[in-house]
Design a protein. Sequence first.
Length: 263
Amino acid sequence: MDLGLKGKVAFIAGGSQGLGKAVTMEMCREGAKAVICALDDPELPLAVEEIRAATGAEVIGIPADVTVAEQARNFIRKGIEHFGTVDILVNNAGGPPSKTFLEIDDDLWNFGVKLNLMSTIIMTREVVPIMMEKRSGRIINMTSISVKQPIDGLILSNTVRSGVVGMAKTLSNELATYNITVNNVCPGYTMTERVRSLSVVTAEKEGTTPEEVVKRWESSIPMKRLGTPEEFAALVTFLASDRAGYITGASIQIDGGWYKGVM
């Protein structure tokens, strides 16, 4: 199947590791050019070189902390200055820490809002005018299965990511006549560094081991395993493609059947 991504320019936030890196790798294998951002550390240039070597694609990395509005804007603006356009935006910023309601102060609430909601709004606002002019575009927000079935201990993530979904659904209607789709992807337990870290935090609170925590998560999943970043990346890449032109305003879970709802 030709996904029609050859020569398209994709912006992937948080593209130096985890799910963001897997998405970048998959899109580049399909022929896309990529602009990725991450914090200003050695992981970013290493990821750029690894993706280039594996795919032969044109990839650039721009250091950015997306919780800082100006840096989030500059990620998009510098990428557009380099490639001249944007076809795909993947909003991705990891997740805020695992804490209970009374452990979260105003500063941490504000951090969560900036990390997941405001970064999505700011980067999306930068690309929409260009996509409207081209009458074509794909905006994909990487959220969590928690927007459909909240996860205990993740009240900050549950709350803020639900705001992303509300914004995206409304925006999808505004942009539909321009052939711009806006969708959310909702991963369940996927074996990434964040999930490994969450297993450690959970184990410390419960007085058990990270391995036992992961086994418990696996037992709650009908497929009895955690997902892989590559499986997640395949879904995002399809939604970014020409083949997904009639899918918009959707929040699609990829969780091995963990979510218990019917929609």
